[in-house]
Design a protein around this ligand. Structure first.
Ligand code: ADP
Ligand code: ZN
Length: 297
């Protein structure tokens, strides 16, 4: 008996079969085109296994309110064919098993807290810096959720004194995502992030923006560990800039070693590497299974 996990991303769906300990026995990738094309490939893969539950960590925004009529759907995505697509309902109709559903970053935060860089901690923050910027927080062992899921990428930041770029967010222009996600880096500097590795000014500016965001998250949530994933964070040279700007901005206001001399152990890369999201989706499946079992008993 296995669990199914889906890391539903804007460019690809990663599907895995595994267990609640994060072991994966099989995995495929399906391009994110339209639900009519993508979902049958997902169904075909999962139908080869006897699954007890499925979890999906999805790009968003998504409806995570279990009392909402549209719970389990992808909501206002710019990817038109997926707008209002009822992912949870589609999976339940196909497989008749419990389905867990949350954001891709909440899934990654769960797995990093269970097995990765925040193992053993009841609190952490997982931030992705990729095509967009998003964050998931674990508070007292579970994901933080209120009216909906957090949207940490769209906070406002101070402009870098040398930055004349106007920003790329279709909603806010120069919010954090508009200034610091991969597409903003590419438009500002005229080349993809991957090709800018040796340009110090690029990563100093990137570090300045990310550090401001992290300061605000720390002041509001006080997580025990911050994990930075996503394609842009593969540029490891950003970390020292983030650490230095973060310390400067905080200016010892919260006077803890984690936020000063031990900062490189506090703001870190994912312990599970690129697998944080998919392993987190298996944990969402397990949560759904536990919830259903509790309801039956
Ligand atoms: P997604 O956000 O779609 O899940 P990624 O996390 O890989 O996927 O983010 C893609 C974005 O990150 C693109 O804008 C890309 O240019 C940028 N990116 C991917 N890999 C790297 C890298 N090694 N260095 C810098 N930027 C990268
Ligand atoms: Zn925005």
């Amino acid at each position: 008996m296995y669990l199914g996990g889906i890391e539903a991303g804007g460019t690809k769906f990663i599907c895995a079969v595994g267990d609640k300990n994060g072991n994966i026995i099989s995995k495929i990738q399906v391009p994110t085109t339209t639900p009519d094309e993508t979902m049958p490939a997902v169904y075909d893969f999962f139908s080869r296994y006897n699954l007890t539950a499925i979890g999906a960590g999805s790009f968003g925004p998504i409806d995570v309110n279990p009392f909402s009529d549209t719970y389990g759907s992808i909501t206002s995505t710019p990817k038109a064919p997926w707008r209002n697509f009822q992912l949870v309902e589609a999976l339940k109709t196909q497989f008749h098993v419990p389905v867990g559903f949350n954001t891709d970053v909440n899934a990654a935060a769960l797995s990093e807290a269970a097995f990765g860089a925040a193992k053993g901690l009841d609190s952490c923050l997982y931030i992705t810096v990729g095509t967009g910027i998003g964050g998931g927080a674990i508070v007292r062992g579970d994901v933080l959720q209120g009216l909906s899921h957090p949207e940490m990428g769209h906070i406002l930041v101070r402009k870098h004194p040398k930055d004349s770029y106007l920003g790329k967010c279709p909603y806010h222009g120069d919010c954090l995502e508009g200034l610091a996600a991969g597409p903003a880096i590419e438009e500002r500097w005229g080349q993809k992030g991957m090709e800018l590795s040796d340009r110090e000014e690029v990563w100093e500016m990137e570090g300045y923006y990310i550090a401001q965001a992290l300061m605000q998250y720390v002041l509001i949530l006080s997580p025990k560990k911050i994990i930075l994933g996503g394609g842009v964070m593969k540029q490891k040279q950003i970390f020292p800039y983030i650490h230095e700007h973060f310390k400067d901005l905080m200016n010892h206001y919260v006077d803890l070693p984690e936020l000063a001399e031990d900062i490189s152990q506090y703001i870190v890369s994912p312990g599970l590497g690129d697998e944080a999201g998919i392993i987190g989706s298996l944990l969402l499946a397990d949560q759904a299974l536990q919830l259903t079992a509790a309801e039956i008993n």
